[in-house]
Every structure is written in structure tokens, then in C-alpha cells.
Design a protein around this ligand. Structure first.
Ligand SMILES: Nc1ncnc2c1ncn2[C@@H]1O[C@H](COP(=O)(O)OP(=O)(O)OP(=O)(O)O)[C@@H](O)[C@H]1O
Ligand SMILES: CC(C)(CO)[C@@H](O)C(=O)[O-]
Ligand code: BAL
Length: 283
């Protein structure tokens, strides 16, 4: 596996691969890799000839400077994991390499970003769209792999791909979980042992909400039930729980038949912010 640290080196390599007719897979990450990331890389390795994994803790998508400062950074350990998973090239740029001057780009994803993560993390999706656009330009992937754990991010990137005519296939990969149901996440490393024990309550609440959908409870009744359930855990502060249309991401007030619904939440556990979701279909 080669390690590329400059935009020019990545561009040169991807141009060569394109000339050779190789199909390029890209897995964008912020590092501190876990099994969820590695499954994305393995899927890319199965479906593409070469796989680029980017590791870049992107400052422009952090609305909270403390979150940026404390974000786990483990490039050496990450590099060890990537070769065996099928990564061909690790793109590991510095902040100066990605942003030699402050960016002036501004994206507005309208109603897609006025809810959930976009509403609670001002500027977050502007930063995500900026860095993902740059990565797509530098890497020119045939396929780009993203996790459904970041459900709203997938919707934003889908819109970005369409609006900027990126010639690639977006792959949305299912959420990989720990044995106790907790969605794998780099930020899980920052949980105290006590918070780690409590954290699976988030997924249990989502599973409960899924049951309530199947039992035809109203969206509002489900919102109240999840707030009550998680309210019983003093160490969990629920930021939001939303019953959203999976396509538009807008809050749902009544059910339509055969509607795909995303049950999404964000919560703080001892200062660590986690998100999770499940997707469910109405009958
Ligand atoms: N548990 C998971 N299952 C599947 N995909 C995942 C999982 N966790 C992260 N991903 C995906 O991996 C890519 C890189 O994510 P990122 O590096 O931010 O990791 P993360 O674990 O989501 O970290 P954090 O949520 O703490 O920022 C994203 O597309 C993300 O959706
Ligand atoms: C897509 C991404 C790598 C952009 O920085 C990030 O938002 C993430 O890790 O999900
Ligand atoms: N996985 C989403 C990246 C972020 O939390 O900024």
C-alpha cells in the first residue's frame, strides 16, 4: 500500500489508473479506523480494481472546536489496518495541503440540511460538501463508499453528486454494530467505561421505536416514547430524535402506506456526541 500526502501525488496516481482502465474506489474517512470503516474498504476492494482511502480530520465540518481538538487521530495504527483490508493507496493530507487558503465555497442544501445534523451542527454540511467535492476531484473515483450511520450525510452527498454531475456511483453501506448493538464510531473511543456500558441504550431506543412504527403508533407518540425512554438514563442527553421521511429527511406527522422512514437520533454521553439511525418501512 502506498501513502500519498499531497493533492498532486493523488491526482497523478489516479490519472495513471484512469489511463490504464482501472476502476477506482474511494472510501473517505476521518481515521481512527474501526471494523465499520474496514468493511467499507473490503467492499470497495471487491468491487473495484484499486481502492483509495482518505484520512483527513476536516476542520471545516466541525462546529465545535473542542470536538475537533479531541477527535481521535491514529494514523500509524490506521495505516497498519488498511493494507490487509485491500486498500491500494492511503491519502493522508495535511490541513494546509487541503486548504492552502481559506475556502470561500458555500453550499446550501435547502430543506435537506435544515433538519437533524444540519440544524444542530451549523456549517457542518458545508464543510462535508467542500471536502467531499475536493476528494472527488482529486481521486476521480468510479465508486465512492459512505456509511448509512451518517444517514443525512449520504442524502447530502447524493444531492452533491447530482448537482455537480460527478460521474460516480455512490454506495451507501449498512451500519456495522458492536455485539451489544452500539453503532461503531470513532468517537466511541472517547467514551468512559461507564458511558460505554450505557451507550447501547441508543440503539435499543431505536429498536423500540421501530416496533412502535410496526404497531401503528403515531409519529408524535413515538417521539414522546423515545424521549421518555432515554430520559430514564441520567448520563444520556438526547439532542434530537426524529421520525423523518427517508428521501426528503423532513419530519413525518402522519403515516403514508409503503413509506420509508428514517428514525434518527443524536445524543451526548459525558461530552461525547453520538448519532445512530434505523430505517423502517410502513405498511
Ligand atoms: N458503524 C459504521 N458502519 C458503517 N459505516 C460507518 C460506520 N461508522 C462510520 N462509517 C462510515 O465511515 C465513513 C467515515 O466515517 P468517520 O471517519 O467519520 O467515522 P465515524 O466512525 O463515523 O466517526 P465519528 O462518527 O465518530 O465521526 C463515513 O462514510 C461513515 O458513515
Ligand atoms: C465524509 C467525511 C470523511 C468527510 O470529511 C466525513 O464526514 C465522515 O467521515 O463521515
Ligand atoms: N462521521 C461524520 C463526521 C463528523 O461527525 O464530523
Amino acid at each position: 500500500m502506498q501513502i500519498l500526502q499531497t493533492a498532486a501525488a493523488l491526482q497523478a496516481q489516479t490519472e495513471t489508473w484512469r489511463r490504464e482502465g482501472q476502476r477506482i474506489g474511494l472510501v473517505p474517512t476521518m481515521g481512527a479506523l474501526h471494523e465499520g470503516h474496514l468493511q467499507l474498504v473490503r467492499a470497495a476492494a471487491q468491487e473495484c480494481d484499486v481502492v483509495v482511502v482518505s484520512i483527513f480530520v476536516n476542520p471545516t465540518q466541525f462546529n465545535n472546536p473542542e470536538d475537533y481538538r479531541l477527535y481521535p487521530r491514529l494514523p500509524e495504527a490506521d495505516a497498519e489496518l488498511l493494507g490487509p483490508a485491500g486498500c491500494t493507496a492511503l491519502f493522508l493530507p495535511s490541513v494546509e495541503e487541503m486548504y492552502p487558503r481559506p475556502t470561500v465555497l458555500h453550499f446550501d442544501f435547502g430543506s435537506l440540511e435544515r433538519v437533524m445534523e444540519g440544524a444542530h451542527r451549523p456549517g457542518h454540511f458545508n464543510g462535508v460538501a467542500t471536502v467531499v467535492s475536493k476528494l472527488f476531484h482529486l481521486c476521480r473515483p468510479h465508486r465512492a463508499y459512505f456509511g448509512q450511520k451518517d444517514f443525512q450525510q449520504v442524502a447530502i452527498v447524493r444531492q452533491l453528486v447530482q448537482d455537480l454531475s460527478f460521474d460516480l456511483e455512490l454506495v451507501a453501506f449498512p451500519t456495522i454494530r458492536e455485539a451489544d448493538g452500539l453503532a461503531m464510531s470513532s468517537r466511541n473511543r472517547r467514551l468512559t467505561p461507564e458511558a460505554r456500558l450505557v451507550a447501547p441504550a441508543l440503539y435499543r431506543a431505536l429498536q423500540q421505536a421501530e416496533q412502535l412504527v410496526h404497531q401503528h403508533n403515531t409519529p408524535d407518540a413515538i417521539r414522546i416514547a423515545v424521549a421518555e425512554l432515554l430520559g430514564q438514563e441520567p448520563s444520556i442527553t438526547l439532542e434530537y430524535f426524529e421520525v423523518a421521511d427517508a428521501e426528503t429527511l423532513q419530519p413525518v406527522s402522519e403515516w403514508k402506506p409503503n413509506q420509508t422512514i428514517a428514525l434518527c437520533l443524536a445524543a451526548q454521553l459525558g461530552g461525547v456526541r453520538l448519532i445512530d439511525n434505523v430505517v423502517v418501512k410502513t405498511v
